[in-house]
Write a protein that binds this ligand. Structure first.
Ligand SMILES: [Zn+2]
Length: 205
């Protein structure tokens, strides 16, 4: 590594910090960058530079967007009365890839995880409850991951939503993704057929 020019070495060292990238792959990618046309690199550098300042949370669902409201929430063809609650933005991509779902989303940006000191107030549950209170909702699909923390998060939200249902006479359905998803797995890695099975077979929760 010391034999590399400094700029190339800094890029390789940065790439090595990315998840799933070892030193060899990082070096290979850095060399790949070197071979790209300068216009591609400038475009990439510009996108990286503005990544933090341009990207913000959708004011409805907390998905990532460059506008006030994300394209999914703005899409009139989607059913805004069906809300799938997911832990992370990447989970939305899993649903969207297979074209298996036409409702909207709510992103929690985490899950309840007492061992790591993450409580309900640290993720966007309150925002979901406010949204449910102030809009017309037919069904909430709880699509947190099927592991211990995901289940605990789904249970907590279900209890809060059931309270709302009783108090406000809202009468929406609360469902949870069903079979097909491996226990202890992560939605991010589920293929769309598995997700389709899970969403078709969802149960009252
Ligand atoms: Zn949105």
């Amino acid at each position: 590594m010391n034999s590399l020019p400094n700029n190339l070495k800094q890029i390789a060292l940065f790439l090595e910090r990315l998840p799933g990238i070892g030193q060899k792959t990082a070096n290979r990618l850095a060399f790949y960058f070197l071979r790209l046309p300068e216009s591609d690199l400038k475009e990439f550098a510009k996108n990286i530079t503005f990544l933090k300042t341009k990207t913000k949370f959708c004011n409805v669902c907390m998905n990532l967007t460059e506008e006030e409201t994300c394209s999914i929430c703005l899409d009139k063809k989607r059913d805004s009365g069906v809300i799938t609650v997911v832990e992370e933005v990447l989970d939305i991509l899993s649903f969207e890839t297979g074209n298996i779902y036409s409702g909207v989303y709510h992103v929690l940006h985490g899950r309840i995880d007492p061992l790591n000191h993450i409580g309900p107030e640290d993720i966007y549950i309150e925002k979901l409850l406010t949204r449910v209170k102030t809009s017309k909702v037919i069904e909430i699909i709880l699509a947190t991951n099927p592991d211990m923390e995901g289940e605990a998060t789904a249970m907590f939200i279900k209890n809060q939503l059931s309270g709302l249902n009783k108090l406000n006479g809202k009468g929406f359905k609360i469902t949870r993704l069903a079979y097909g998803l491996p226990i202890g797995g992560s939605l991010e890695y589920a293929d769309y057929m598995t997700l389709r099975k899970a969403i078709e077979g969802r149960n009252s929760y």
